[in-house]
Every structure is written in structure tokens, then in C-alpha cells.
Design a protein around this ligand. Sequence first.
Ligand code: SF4
Length: 437
Amino acid sequence: MARRPLPLPAWPLTIATARGSGGDKPIEINRLRRYDCRVPDLVRKQGYMPATAAMPGELITSLEELRAVLTRIDATQAEEIERVASRYAFRVPRFYVENVLRNDPADPLWPLAIPGQVELQDAGEERWDAFQLPRRVVDHPRWIQKYRYEALLRVTDFCSGLCRYCYLKNRDVAPGCISHGEIDEIFDAAEQSPQRGELRELILSGGDPLAAPGAILGHFAERIDRLNRTVPRRITVCIHTRDPVWYPGRILQSAALREALRRLAPSSYILHVVHPREVTPQLHAALQLLSELGGARRPLMLTQHPLFRGVNADAAIITDLYDRLDSGPVVVKPYYLIHPFPDGTLPQHRLTLRESQRILRELAAAPGTRVPLLTVPTPMGKCVIGPYDPLPDEGGYHLLHTKDGVPVRYSTGRVYNPHESRLSIPLAPTINGVEFG
Ligand code: SF4
């Protein structure tokens, strides 16, 4: 069947106006992101205070605190951490350091949670949200819409921990936590939009929505209910989160958060879990609580994770991860196995697409309920690859299609060049044959 012509995507806003110490000046959102947790004054001026700040000592943000737990950080690595942390924010929950990480520099999870020299060579400028529908239900920097049936809301740019590979680290993203006023602005517009009836799902993402104040999530609940009264079929809510891994104590202890989630009643949670050791008893307890908050309509629990060479790029490790999740009181379905972003992923962790597919093949020989979808995130949308899909080399790229049928050229390589410019990431997306370099 001939593919429908698709409209060209629009670039989003890249500049925000914020009050800096030099007065009212346009400031690149990238710079706000990069320094967000190191400039409390700026954070305060934006009216944003992470909910977790109310629990002093729970988040480790300095080398000194980190070395008090991970005593095997040597002087060379300490100097490296300081250098990287002076450029990119550093934050890791005490729970994760004490219960998941090993006091061992060879622990493959260290580079995911602790700043490393390689980040200085890879600025991580990325464009994954850059291509959106030209006509979105809501035109707002926090409303990301690549598909007519699904939108993603960037509730906050804060997570309890900051993954070193995070594609948000250096992205154009609305800074701080969404306010009541912004929620009203967004939902007032959604209620007026003629396209709202096409929406099937709203994804609450971030940062991490579970690190947002309960009052904010409570207000979402109110407005989503109201929006649902104006459409013929329910717009479901899905929450993307890693907080049950980073800092399950917040979910277990915060009455305001629990009450908000009870009202919000999400249809699903997509949990970002990368390694079997991240499946702790506290994670199980948090999942049980989140599940029980759904009452008679319990949310679907799904897990997704990137594949990382040297960390989890091995079917046995992934199977162990799924088994450990399955040993708890809540059923968690493996959902997306994410081929690592060529941009943003730390260079030593990158894989070729064929390498990711080989891992999927080993996983595919399991009951269907235990088999994830191999997904390639591209600026044009997600491409899903089957275990035995042919992936011919078309001259340095594979020709993939997003789930909406948009053709995308995707690199056959995983080559990392430390001098590579962010403008030449090994990806050449196309729409109707027009290439975006
Ligand atoms: S949990 Fe997700 S959004 Fe938060 S720092 Fe990690 S990758 Fe980024």
C-alpha cells in the first residue's frame, strides 16, 4: 500500500525567557538544564523546589558525601567527578548508592549514576523531541506530541537521581516543575481543541512525575477528569518513572503523593529499570503500593530499559531482571527493550542495531508475556524491530519505519568519535525522501 504523504515537522521553541542575575534576558533552556541543581537561586526564582528537597540527606549531591559511602573512589576519579560535576548536574539518591551500587570501581552501574570523564567528550545535545506534529492538541513547551493519538507532558525536569546517560541532560526542555497555572493553561486549551477526541493517552513524564509535589499531580487528576468529560472515550494516563528504583522511600512515605495518585488513577506505569540489582525489596514494596492505589482498577505495570554494552546487553542479564521483577507481588510486563540512543548514550555503552536484535532473538524464545518489543527511538517516532526482521545494509544505514510508517535511515554503526559534532550524529531521518541532517 502506498504510504500517505506526511507533513513536514515543525521545530519547537528553543529559547526561554527567564530572570537571571543579569536581569531579564533570554536564556537558552539548555543552560538552565545544565546548571539546574547547582543554582538554587535561579531555581527559587522560577518558583520551583523539588519535592525531595524536603527530605534532607536523602539525595547525595557532593563528592564528599559520595566518598563517605563509596570509599573506593580514588583521588584520580574524585578529580574527574569534580570536573564533570562542575559542568553537568550531579545527583544520586542515598538509597541507590547504599542499596544498589557496590563499593567497587569496576561496578558496571557506576558510570550510569556517577559522573565520568567521558561525559566531557560527549555533549549529549540531542533532538529526539525536535520533530512533532505540526498541529498539536495543545501548543505549549511542556506538551510534546509526535502522534495524533498520544501526547507526553513534561511535568518536571527533576528526577531523584540524574542518569549520566540521560537524554534530558542537555536538551531544550521547559525548566522546573509545572505550575497550577500552566496546568490550567494546557487543559483549557485541550478542552477547546477540535483534535482532542483523537487523543487516546496522555503520558506524564519529565524528569520524573513521581518526584513532583502531590498537589501538582492532584491538580492534574482534576483537569484530566474534566477533559475526559468532553470526549467520547477515555483518555488514559500513563506514568513514566524511575523513582521506585532511585528512591522508593518517597513513594512509600509521602501521603500527599499517594493521595494524588489515588485520584489520578493512571491506567499504566512504565518503570525504567536497567539492571537486576536495581530490583530491591523496596522497589517491590513501592510497586505494590502504586498498584493498590488503583483500587478495583489496578494499573498495568510495564518495564522498559535501554540496552547498554557492558551493563545489560546480555539476554541472561535481561532475563534475570525480568525474573526478579516477577518474584514480587505485582506482575510487571516487559515492554520496551530500547536500542541505545546514538546520541546521549555514553559512548562505551553503544551497540549496533544488529547487536540489539541478536539480544532480542535470545529473549524471543520465551512465553510471549515475557518478551519485550525492541524499539529504536528516533526523532521521527519509535521504530519497532522484530527478532528476525531482515536489516540489510543500504549503504551505511538501515531503512526503518516508525510505527506510523515514516521512513527513517538509521546508522548501521555504533562508532563513537570523540570529536564528532552533535550536528553529525550517525542518524539521517527522512520524511518522504527529504533528509534532515
Ligand atoms: S530517570 Fe529518565 S528522565 Fe530521569 S535522569 Fe534518568 S533517564 Fe533522565
